[in-house]
Design a protein around this ligand. Structure first.
Ligand SMILES: *Cc1c(COP(=O)(O)O)cnc(C)c1O
Length: 430
């Protein structure tokens, strides 16, 4: 058996909200004394997602229209067994990988983009603004907006805009409008450029620009691709599907791994299992794989910080490297974020989730092995999880343990070939 599939009718009907089951009370969002960050939320987010952001209801129904689009884009996604890799590693462990790369835009991000575009449309707005780093989120939101009949404006981190020209093309195919950030289309962008005309940009700055536009346009909302509770919620269809898939072979996971940028693919794949761990029904290890160059959980502080650089978002209690942190331009652009989803951060702080760092060259090294054995080329982001999965399988070879290792395969790397090219030519920095 190489893959475990589900039928369309198995597409989850509810999202799982971990806020109902957290081991400690999650810290509330807050704002600065002179700031309006909390009051601004209803101006930039739909009623639907704001309600979910603060909800403590355990199961939240997925609107029929959203579930319909989930099926249209190919959900449920298959769970593959990496038999080639197992044999190569000579491990008694079973390695599974959940194929979020099979979404039309190549990553898990469409799962929340569709929901967010749906709720925005419900409120009667005409467009969504957002930021994108590597481009996966901008791509997903551009397609979701197209499917829901909205316009989409994307601020793309300038260094990625230059490194990944084809991402821009994909967004434009879906009619997304793409502006390199920092830009002179916003007050904040102008300020950044005045101080440093050749600024490479960062996710934090691009978020500030996108929020500024949404605040000044009644017909626009802002949309975030990770970090916030409602994004984690929408992604839980991944973990619910994995559960059904493992049930089919009477298996439970012993180790689950996801790479972390803002935390959403890790949260989505693991939260339904963390529920069982917290209730004492499952013994499983949850590992967050982060880049050594942007080590948010392992090196960051657990404290209140802004989600963006300029301070337009509420203060969020999370692991953070500081809201003005400019990470080095590693190829895993999707992992270059200074903060971490508050629910993931809380669970890491409570030691339910553990974090490990991975170096960029090791990522490309193990991705090449994975591609040669399994065929699929992992996204550089995904490669962080693949690397940890390989490490865990090698441990099992040494101990003889027959663990079930589940990697959330967050995306493919077919639009990240520049990084692969640099790697193959030995030009990649660590
Ligand atoms: C965006 C992205 C990530 C990181 O974001 P999370 O919110 O942490 O999931 C990881 N992998 C891929 C392929 C991505 O596109």
């Amino acid at each position: 058996m190489y893959k475990i599939t589900l039928s369309e009718k198995d597409t989850p009907k509810k999202w799982y909200n971990i806020a109902a089951d957290l081991p400690v009370e999650p810290p509330e969002y807050s704002q600065t004394e002179d700031g309006k960050q909390l009051e601004n939320l209803p101006k930039i987010f739909s009623k639907g997602v704001l309600g979910q952001e603060l909800s403590t209801e355990r199961w939240i129904e997925i609107p029929k229209e959203v579930r319909e689009v989930y099926m249209k884009i190919g959900r449920p996604s298959p769970l593959f067994r990496a038999k080639g890799l197992e044999e190569h590693l000579d491990t008694p462990a079973k390695i599974f990988y959940k194929r979020e790369d099979m979404s039309p835009t190549g990553s898990h991000k469409l799962n929340t983009a569709i929901a967010q575009a749906y709720y925005a449309k419900q409120d009667g707005v005409e467009r969504l603004t957002t930021e994108t780093g590597a481009g996966q989120w901008g791509t997903a939101l551009s397609l979701a907006c197209k499917l829901m009949g909205l316009d989409c404006l994307v601020y793309m981190v300038k260094v990625s805009f230059q490194q990944k020209p084809y991402r821009k093309t994909v967004m434009q195919i879906y009619d997304g409008e793409v502006i390199p950030s920092p830009s002179n289309t916003t007050e904040y962008g102008k300020k950044v450029l005045a101080e440093k005309p050749d600024h490479p940009g960062s996710l934090g700055i691009a978020i500030s620009e996108a929020i500024e536009v949404a605040l000044n346009d009644e017909k626009a909302y802002y949309s975030l691709g990770s970090v916030l509770n409602h994004v984690m919620l929408h992604q839980t269809i991944i973990g619910q599907e994995i559960k059904m898939q493992l049930d089919k072979i009477d298996a439970t996971p012993d180790v689950m791994i996801g790479c972390v940028g803002g935390g959403s693919n890790l949260a989505g794949s693991t939260f339904p299992f963390i529920k069982d761990k917290l209730s004492g029904d499952l013994d499983c290890q949850f590992i967050a794989a982060e880049p050594a160059s942007c080590p948010t959980i392992t090196q960051g502080e657990y404290k209140y910080d802004f989600g963006d650089t300029c301070g337009l978002t509420p203060l969020i209690k999370m692991y953070t490297l500081g809201h003005d942190y400019i990470p080095p331009s590693v190829h895993a652009g999707g992992l270059r974020y200074h903060g971490m989803a508050p629910h993931v951060a809380l669970l890491a702080h409570e030691k339910v989730i553990e974090a490990r760092t991975v170096h960029q060259t090791d990522v490309f090294e193990s991705n090449k092995i994975f591609a040669q054995l399994e065929g699929v080329i992992p996204a550089p982001e995904t490669g962080h999880a693949v690397k940890i999965g390989i490490d865990e399988a090698i441990k099992c070879r040494k101990t003889g343990e027959e663990k079930n290792i589940v990697i959330n395969f967050s995306g493919h790397g077919l639009l990240d070939l520049q990084g692969y090219d640099d790697f193959l030519e030995g030009k990649l920095e660590d």
